[in-house]
Design a protein around this ligand. Sequence first.
Ligand code: UD1
Length: 325
Amino acid sequence: MTVLVTGGAGYIGSHVVLALLDRGDKVVVLDDLSTGNRAQVDSRTAFVEGDIADGALVQRVIAEHDVDAVLHFAGSIVVPDSVADPLRYYDNNVVKSRALLEAVIKAGVRQFIFSSTATVYAPDAPQPLAEDAQKGPISPYARTKLMMEWMLEDAARAHALRFVALRYFNVAGADARGRSGQSGPQATHLIKRAAQAALGRIPHLDIFGTDYPTPDGTGVRDYIHVSDLAEAHLLALDALRSGAASDTYNCGYGCGLSVRQVIESVERVTGKKLPVKLGPRRPGDPPTLISDPTRLKSELGWHPSHDNLDEIVRSALEWERRFNA
Ligand code: UD1
């Protein structure tokens, strides 16, 4: 039995691949390397460079490697890009994912794990957000993710397929052994940008908005260490393999931290003042996003072990030093 990981050369996918390999699972990665990094794919995996929408290729990979489960990470993730170029997002995240799903079903694979997002929820839904909170995606990116959740629900009703959708809150940090991390130089994420600013790779960190209705006026997010998120995927896979029904889980710690708190953490860890520039809100950013992770803990038995902002920041900084060295 082998797990097929699409987007396994990307930031989150590569960490899940490491977690699978570390516990002895067999893995085949399918990635077109459009944003992923081949060097971050562990050499213990089989690697196929190709398109998730190439149905013949997907069916061949599944048959050749005796794949019993698919973990689907491949997709486009930059919210402002999705606003500027929505059709590319619908193509990459919906049209191609639909083709992948068809090939997976045709090949007889019955277990599927999908990377969804906290941004499927309505911006005014009460926090913390449980899985049944009101939906109301505001960006094309978020809509593509919710569409995929619906597609999976419908496909699972019609076919012998069970799925888990994991709704990620703000994923950050890097593998404790330095084997992977967030590598895109154009990354837009707060902790990545803060690490770049701390190491002088960018002149300063922009604070996008200081007038939010939050305790210190800056945006509040629920930052989750990528290795704890990887663990959630292993638990979801185990649940599906032991026959669990399809389900959806929030992935976050349930703890809201502001942009200023992240900056303080970077300053604590580096012992240096971080150069920052106050600026206006970034379009499309909700003030607060905090998960209620009760279901992930109680149903899948998730016990995060890196639930500490300074540890997340330290690992992101270490990776940033190493990656650019
Ligand atoms: C967004 C999406 C999330 C998606 C992720 C993937 C939303 C609400 N969330 O996360 O679903 O999975 O992108 O790309 O759209 N900030 C700064 N300065 C910076 C960068 C960010 O102040 O240089 C602030 C933002 O305004 C926000 C917080 O930091 O308050 C986190 O931003 P970021 O790391 O970009 O993630 P989200 O936008 O929350």
